[in-house]
Design a protein around this ligand. Sequence first.
Ligand code: NAD
Ligand code: TYD
Length: 342
Amino acid sequence: MKILVTGGAGFIGSNFIHHILKKYPASTAGGPDYKIVNLDVLTYAGNLENLKEPENNPNYEFIKGDITDRDLVNRLIKDIDIIVNFAAESHVDRSILDSSDFIRTNILGTHVLLEAAKNNENKRFHHISTDEVFGSLGSNDSPFNENTPYDPRSPYSASKAASDHLVRAYYHTYGLPATISNCSNNYGLYQFPEKLIPLFVTNLIEGEKIPLYGDGMNVRDWLHVEDHCEAIDLIIHKGRVGETYCVGGDSEKTNKEITHKILELMGKGEEMIEFVKDRPGHDKRYAIDFSKIREELGWKPKITFEEGLKKTVDWYKDNESWWKNIKSGEYEKYYKKQYGKN
Ligand code: NAD
Ligand code: TYD
């Protein structure tokens, strides 16, 4: 199977590449051979340091390029069996500052990929999306599932919702064999340190305060990235085309709870918390009902939040060189814009 992974130098994409190359090594006894072509333009969030191991694997190839580049995408797609689309602008706070790149990559980029898939014998297409397209839940509402109406509320989630609609439109109109997965908040190794967990862990290692938005009572459902990769693996092999699968971590937590768990793991006190101005339009709660993928494909998350968080904290402690460069470069620029500092 030859897979075109887009956005494979980012957080989830790079974990997925590790997952596939490890689970399906070059065939020795006539089993299927798995090859990965990783197309990534290397925005601030793309990092080839995430892919040191695959670098020398003959079944892995990196192409630096943009998913909005029609000619390039059309060329690459020719001998591909499946496209797994991770490429996106993915940070809600950045979408609030400026959404132009979100519209370009998330909507126009997905459209270019879909057109290329359609025009090259209707290639199998899997699209990675988010639970944020469903909007915000109240504390007593049932979790999102595949039938929840779309109600995106940030420029990021609106751009992801638009791309999901395009994928479904290509399935219904052109018979494109597509699937979509909507997952909850991922955490784990190689996450860019501007997202909640890696930001807080790395700030604490550096002795800096951790900025908790509003009252810290917003709720997210945390999914370990390795569990997520296992779910995608199952969907691309056994998922039914035309279907959507919701993938959740069975681990709803308030941001305050997460903060306290991180402080505890790192031996730091509550005085490190700085309550800052809330995110505009901050969605209150996300939660996912993953019964469909559990019943159809036998998937459920295996890594408990406690275990996953400990592993993640340890990794950031052991890999300072990975995140120090990032934090003093791209993140620093964003931070100044976000908090209006010079
Ligand atoms: P990320 O920001 O870490 O990585 C995105 C990758 O896409 C980067 O390597 C970047 O260089 C690349 N990219 C961006 N624009 C591109 C373009 N025009 N052409 C080619 N490459 C481009 O994101 P992530 O956290 O790994 O998220 C991956 C996918 O999962 C996204 O589609 C995101 O919407 C979705 N998702 C993420 C989460 C999460 O918690 N991280 C949750 C739900 C859904
Ligand atoms: P984030 O990691 O940005 O993911 P998302 O917005 O896609 O859910 O944020 C997770 C939660 O943490 C969200 O409720 C916002 C909150 N948050 C903070 O309180 N402080 C921060 O510095 C960040 C980045 C997020």
